[in-house]
Design a protein around this ligand. Sequence first.
Ligand code: IPM
Ligand code: MN
Length: 349
Amino acid sequence: MYKIAVLPCDGIGPEVVAEGLKVLQVAAQKYQIEYETVDYDIGGERYLRTGEVLPESVKEELAQCDAIYLGAVGHDAVPPGVLEHGILLTLRFEFDQYVNLRPVKLYPGVETPLANKGPEDIDFVVVRENTEDMYVGIGGSMKKGTPDEVATQLAVYTRKGVERIIRYAFELCRRRDDNRQLTLVDKANVLTHGHDLWRRTFAEVGEEYPDIKRDCHFVDACCMWFVKNPEWYDTVVTTNMFGDIITDLGAMIQGGMGVAASGNINPEGVSMFEPIHGSAPKHAGKGVASPVAAIAAVQMMLEQFGETDAAAAVDRAIQAALATGEIPVTTGPEGSTQRTGDMIASLVE
Ligand code: IPM
Ligand code: MN
């Protein structure tokens, strides 16, 4: 019996999460998976109402779950950073979800902005480190608001943190398919301390995986090649900050934010699954947002549970639905959110 905490949060979060849960229900029934969901009223509205972002009591309950399913955070009336830090980053850090897994896969029937590239060219996965780097929040400022203002924001890398993400990426690369190639994306030519640690760790751990071809790309060149030669990539491992940036680019080449999902994974703890997109307040409540990314997040959750048959069935259903060409991948007409969810759910059946 899996216990899944559901945090729909803000904007379009609740409506896309509803479709993900619809698909989960059908897949669970078909593959005899028992689960229960517990809904949490977290997000901008609660913050505005009560001043609470993520109460301790909620955190304690989340720690007892098998997974967290999150919609989207971000609210127009809440200053930027409050919910992002208070909910998303707090969960990633406190539950030590050190892997941020972001598949970049172009499904047949989905349009990519890249000319002359198709599904056979765009099929890789980015393993983004999720607990270190500039995201740790170490830094400060002085003489704020004056012409002499100074501000620092430290990028922190630890041997342990770097090694565990690199090891995860090698293992994942080995499991994925026979085209075993792992690319480290860094900026070792400029960040000669921090990214030297990445390079050395990558080379050392790589010795244990002689079956995997290794490559190192500078992040700026990587951005160029994601666009020019996406077929060069199989598995990519990178830092938190670079992973944030290159996966938005990745989401675009796979057809847009409406299809890109991610897993914040602690292999020994509580993992959290979410669409990559934000709360898109201007689209909220209209049923126009694509729920595909949220449904793909459910597929990743099933995969993480080890429910591989159910995960594969959801993946096939998403692909079949997209192949009809009738599914809007970013936004569509009113009611398309629900119709897309219905279609994918019926294809799982
Ligand atoms: C993401 C988002 C978050 C990040 C923000 C909302 C804190 O952009 O999941 O990629 O920077 O990691
Ligand atoms: Mn991002």
